[in-house]
Write a new protein. Structure first.
Ligand code: 16G
Ligand code: MG
Length: 540
């Protein structure tokens, strides 16, 4: 057991160390993706995140807290940081304001005062020893920022466990493993080796004896997914999982997320330049921190088809429902989506399973998925996973009648990273379903046809002038905007459109879909102009 820490903050040390990490003249906000901005502005923020992570661990009785330094799909010059709570979930939203408060304290004295306020407000016992595990992606700015984090941890008397270069979902996995080891909820061995072995064992169970599919080509966004995938492929037989790893250059400056990766493919609706799509072969793209994945393929006419998070949700939910039934279990499967889910996917899913729509951001989806015995959640952009409730897990584990379906279901609970969306683990799940169904991408895609859609960014003076309700499907302010959107949508076949302020960029996003490409484009152009006009009025 670690020795108890002193009951008070060492203010001299914190002030001194803080002066080595001066705060730039910028206002920071802990948003959906934690703090994320240009890397050269983040040194002070990350130092202070070290302090906050230590307090969070103390508050939770010494549970291990995670800190991940990454800016996901953002350009290489950016960076970011987010905290991970004990079961591997996102930082509880009640603490986001504390993070913002610390990041914005104007001086070393103000920082101490903010810390004291948080200690008081959250009733934190400083004598509780804290543990923080931290990791980072491949950005060149990471080593310096990790140093700032370590300074923060040291100045509050916490040593920290360095996980090194990891994908975001690996860090989430490690946090959960540390906090559950030795309990009946033990999640796995708290090492990267443990992570790879767990996934490899589960996938081998699911794949063995099946007819192999042709190799899958993976675009790793020139990010941390590349070394992770290579490490994984070295522990699993190539006969079980033939892979072609591309965009794995993590050393050339500027390569990360540049014209590749899940965000590029989803936004541009095209494969990374230079990729020759062999008809009906499977391709997928990870994002820069490997917590998102999209699949795609070309048909025999060379037309590109995207298999995004919605398609993955449909594929996976159907498969799990079938396994549950075949195993003779009664466990409800539910699906959680956001307003971005294509209307065709929502129609397809609601005819099969209970579905819920929640605001954008993993924490909302994760939370809603927890209310189902088996909750499948995916954002259209490829963030997602499957959660099995403790009751579902014990029902599966204790079912008296063994069957192949039961064994497969059990392995599915192991192959999926239940802490957060995980490109590598999601990929294994998709591959599993395709193997079992004997499907290529064309058969998978046949479930429904996406409605043509457009997503545009609108730069406005004040995105905070925009507020929404009904899981972001209705814009409340600026007043009158929703009525304008509805007037047009009402006249459009299969029309749907919404306007929401971005949580990660200084802009407003406008989504529109309709029965035809022409209609969808027309609507989004209209909505964008309209949003712009309204925004201007709101800001005048
Ligand atoms: C963040 C969210 C992601 C969401 C995106 C929306 C997490 C871990 N990530 O990246 O889920 O889709 O923000 O961005 O929650 P936006 O608010 O700028 O549209
Ligand atoms: Mg990401």
């Amino acid at each position: 057991m670690a020795a108890a820490s002193p009951a008070t903050l060492n203010e001299v040390v914190i002030k001194h160390r803080s002066s080595l990490h001066p705060r730039p003249d910028v206002t920071f906000a802990y948003g959906t993706a934690g703090f994320r901005t240009s890397a050269d502005l983040l040194d002070s923020v990350i130092f202070r995140v070290g302090l906050l992570a230590a307090l969070r661990s103390k508050k939770l009785g010494g549970k291990v807290i995670g800190v991940m330094v990454t800016a996901s799909h953002n350009p290489e010059k950016d960076n970011g940081v987010k905290l991970v709570d004990p079961m591997g979930e996102m930082l509880h939203s009640s603490w986001e304001a504390y993070a913002t408060q610390l990041a914005n304290a104007l001086s070393a004295e103000a920082l101490i005062a903010a810390l004291q306020q948080i200690i008081l407000a959250a009733e934190i016992d400083l004598t509780v020893p804290a543990t923080v595990v931290y990791g980072h992606d491949t950005r060149p700015s990471c080593p310096g920022l990790v140093k700032a984090l370590e300074d923060g941890l040291e100045s509050i008397g916490v040593k920290g466990i360095a996980a090194g270069l990891v994908t975001t979902p690996q860090l989430h996995y490690l946090v959960r493993c540390y906090n559950t080891q030795g309990t009946k909820e033990a999640y796995g061995e708290a090492t990267l080796e443990g992570y790879y072995q767990k996934l490899a064992a589960a996938y081998t169970t699911l794949a063995k004896g099946r007819h192999l599919l042709p190799a899958l080509t993976i675009d790793c966004a020139n990010g941390v997914g590349a070394p992770a995938l290579k490490a994984f492929s070295s522990v699993i037989s190539h006969d079980i999982l033939p892979l072609i790893i591309t965009r794995d250059d993590t050393t050339t400056r500027g390569a990360l997320n540049s014209e590749c990766g899940a965000d590029y493919v989803k936004t541009k609706q095209q494969a990374p330049p230079g990729t020759t799509l062999v008809p009906y072969q499977r391709y997928c793209s990870y994002d820069g921190d490997a917590d998102r994945i999209v699949y795609y393929y070309a048909d025999d006419k060379g037309v590109f088809h995207l298999l995004d998070g919605d398609k993955i949700a449909g594929l996976v939910a159907g498969f799990i429902m079938d396994l549950v039934k075949e195993a003779g279990l009664e466990l409800e499967v539910g699906v959680v989506q956001t307003a971005y889910a294509n209307g065709a996917s929502t129609e397809y899913l609601t005819n099969k399973v209970p579905t819920t729509c929640v605001p954008t951001g993993v924490k909302h989806l994760h939370h809603a998925a927890e209310s189902y015995p088996i909750g499948v959640y995916f954002e259209a952009n490829g963030h997602g996973t499957v959660l099995f409730s403790p009751t579902a897990l014990s029902t599966i584990a204790s079912h008296p009648t063994p069957s192949p379906a039961l064994a497969n279901l059990q392995a599915v609970t192991e192959v999926i990273n239940q802490t957060v969306g995980d490109a590598l683990s999601d990929m294994l799940l998709v591959e599993t379903v395709l193997l079992h169904r004997k499907w290529g991408p064309g058969e998978w895609d046949a479930a429904y046809t996406d409605l043509p859609n457009r997503l545009v960014k609108v730069f406005v003076k004040d995105r905070y002038a925009f507020s929404t309700e009904d899981a972001e499907r209705k814009v409340v302010t600026p007043e009158g905007l929703q009525a304008g959107v509805e007037a047009i949508v009402g006249k459009t076949e299969k029309g749907r459109s919404f306007v929401r302020p971005s949580g990660t960029e200084d802009c407003v996003r406008v989504y529109a879909e309709a029965a035809t490409r022409e209609l969808a484009d027309g609507e989004s152009t209209f909505s964008r102009r309209r949003a712009l006009n309204e925004a201007k009025q709101a800001n005048d």
